[in-house]
Design a protein around this ligand. Structure first.
Ligand SMILES: O=P(O)(O)OC[C@H]1O[C@H](OP(=O)(O)OP(=O)(O)O)[C@H](O)[C@@H]1O
Ligand SMILES: Nc1ncnc2[nH]cnc12
Length: 216
């Protein structure tokens, strides 16, 4: 679910949020348009507006768990959790949590990664949301959902600030043919784990720019 479809379309806060996110071409490698949320954090109004959009949506929905994905989900998740009266549960990369953990692996473009949760952090039947800064392929969010469901939580939604172009394209393709969807995204949508995206980047890959640089 994107800003245009989630009732936020005419929200005056969106433009300021979008403008506060710096886009850095060719980071961390050639061709990638990196969405840098650190500039959003420097802008008190834009940062607060971002948190408030999620708080407005989830307040009163009996959410008791806000799960944040390392690292950038840790920036937004705790503020949302405090405001809606929920606990914050960090989903961490491998070998960071000191207690007993449950792990869930997921695929990256090259190789795999893993998220872990402390055993006992979430009780069966608790209502959870997952917070991250950005959804690209949806692989990270899908792993977060699987992890929380394995400990018995009911994941009611995932929420991200930014969706890259590909995820928007995939959502649009869903309307035509589920078969053409990437498997992660099928899983996100088929379980109705809709994503609130405040900013959709129309141009995640700096292809034209990249091609020009290639020619030199
Ligand atoms: O939808 P996906 O294709 O799974 O990608 C999205 C994930 O990628 C980024 O994190 P990254 O893995 O770069 O980790 P970091 O925040 O620790 O840098 C981002 O913060 C999301 O967590
Ligand atoms: N374009 C992008 N900007 C920031 N983080 C990302 N993670 C995956 N794609 C990204």
């Amino acid at each position: 679910m994107f800003a245009a479809e989630n009732g936020l379309k005419s929200d005056p806060r969106l433009q300021g949020i979008s403008e506060a996110i710096r886009v850095v071409p060719h980071f961390p490698k050639q061709g990638i348009m990196f969405q840098d949320i650190t500039t959003l954090l420097l802008d008190h109004k834009a940062f607060k507006d971002t948190v408030d959009i999620f708080v407005d949506r989830y307040r009163g929905m009996s959410v008791s768990v806000v799960a944040g994905v390392e690292a950038r989900g840790f920036v937004f998740g705790p503020a949302i959790a405090l405001a809606i009266g929920a606990k914050f549960v960090p989903l961490r990369k491998p070998r960071k949590l000191p207690g007993e953990v449950i792990s869930e692996a997921y695929e990256l473009e090259y190789g795999t990664d893993c998220l872990e949760i402390h055993v006992g952090a979430v009780q069966p039947g608790e209502r959870a949301i997952v917070i991250d800064d950005l959804v690209a392929t949806g692989g990270t969010l899908s792993a977060a959902i699987r992890l929380l469901e394995r400990v018995g939580a009911e994941v009611i939604e995932c929420a991200c600030v930014i969706g890259v172009r590909e995820v928007k394209v995939m959502a649009e393709e869903l309307l035509d043919s589920v078969g053409s969807m990437a498997s992660h995204f099928i899983s996100l949508w088929s379980h109705a784990k809709l994503i609130i995206v405040v900013k959709v980047c129309e141009n995640d890959y700096a292809q034209a720019d990249f091609a020009e640089k290639d020619d030199t």
